[in-house]
Design a protein around this ligand. Structure first.
Ligand SMILES: NC(=O)c1ccc[n+]([C@@H]2O[C@H](COP(=O)([O-])OP(=O)(O)OC[C@H]3O[C@@H](n4cnc5c(N)ncnc54)[C@H](O)[C@@H]3O)[C@@H](O)[C@H]2O)c1
Length: 242
């Protein structure tokens, strides 16, 4: 396992499926973690707030820095999925998805990078999606937002490598989390049956568990990924976007 002893990490969406696994993995690897989410969440330090609030986002890296005595790692994990064709989408669907999936990581990177640069470097890991690289059907707002975070990752990976700040992203296919399960439930589909059928569609035989994605994030945050800048790592069990 990667050794992150003494590293200080800020994780968004820390109460969620992937976020919770990331917090646990980071702590197992020796990192000190500030978790943030809308409600109280896991971590050595926790800061609750809404990422659609620009003032909250802009202040978060500094608050995490103050709480932990430094900020070496930022994991932009929080996200929402808006389903349906563009003709079904409301203004609020668009604004909310962009605020959480794109604007919040933009704001957090913008504030965290100078803090990391001042300290000699750091690592940022964004949670994009395989759909941000290969668009899937009937989710244009989500796909567009994940393409934006993938693009932001590539841009910042180039722009801030000279400051010893590595910016990379993981791009998962389906992961067994509340996001996936509640999506089935709201469409009146039994999540267990749906996940069994999804498992059969993956060449490795199962969709990802949160810890499968957390391990990729841990790798990207660690010195083991020391030469990766702007990489989009697809974690898909061999399943292409359909
Ligand atoms: N589950 C999947 O199949 C899958 C696939 C590809 C990518 N992803 C991405 O992985 C990331 C994590 O998703 P997950 O599956 O763990 O989902 P999840 O719903 O379990 O967790 C998302 C977390 O983000 C938090 N969040 C949402 N809006 C927020 C806001 N306004 N302010 C603060 N926190 C907010 C939620 O409270 C939740 O705890 C997301 O960016 C998602 O797009 C998930």
């Amino acid at each position: 396992m990667a050794d992150l002893t003494g590293k200080r990490a800020l994780v968004t969406g820390a109460a969620g499926g992937i976020g919770g696994a990331v917090v646990a993995r980071l702590r197992d690897a020796g990192a000190i973690v500030t978790g943030t989410d809308r409600a109280k969440t896991a971590g050595d330090h926790t800061i609750s707030g809404d990422l659609t609030d620009p003032v909250f986002c802009d202040s978060l890296p500094e608050r995490a820095h103050a709480a932990m005595g430094g900020l070496d790692i930022l994991i932009n994990n929080a996200g929402i999925i808006t389903r349906g064709k563009i003709t079904d989408a409301t203004d609020d669907d668009f604004a909310r998805s962009m605020a959480i999936n794109v604007e919040a990581p933009f704001r957090l990177c913008r504030t965290a990078i100078p803090i990391m640069a001042e300290a000699g470097g750091g690592a940022i890991v964004n949670v994009a999606s395989c759909w941000g690289v290969h668009p899937g059907p009937n989710h244009p707002i989500y796909v567009m937002s994940k393409a934006a975070i993938a693009s932001l990752t590539q841009c910042l990976g180039i722009d801030h490598a000279h400051q010893n700040i590595r910016v990379n992203a993981v791009c998962p296919n389906e992961v067994n989390t509340p996001m996936l399960r509640t999506g089935f439930a709201t469409r009146g589909i039994d999540p267990v049956t749906a996940i069994n059928s999804l498992n059969a569609s993956v060449p490795l035989g199962r969709i990802a568990e949160p810890k499968d994605i957390a391990d990729v994030i841990l790798f990207l945050a660690s010195d083991q990924a020391r030469y990766l800048c702007g990489a989009l790592i697809e974690a898909n069990g061999g399943k292409s976007v359909q």
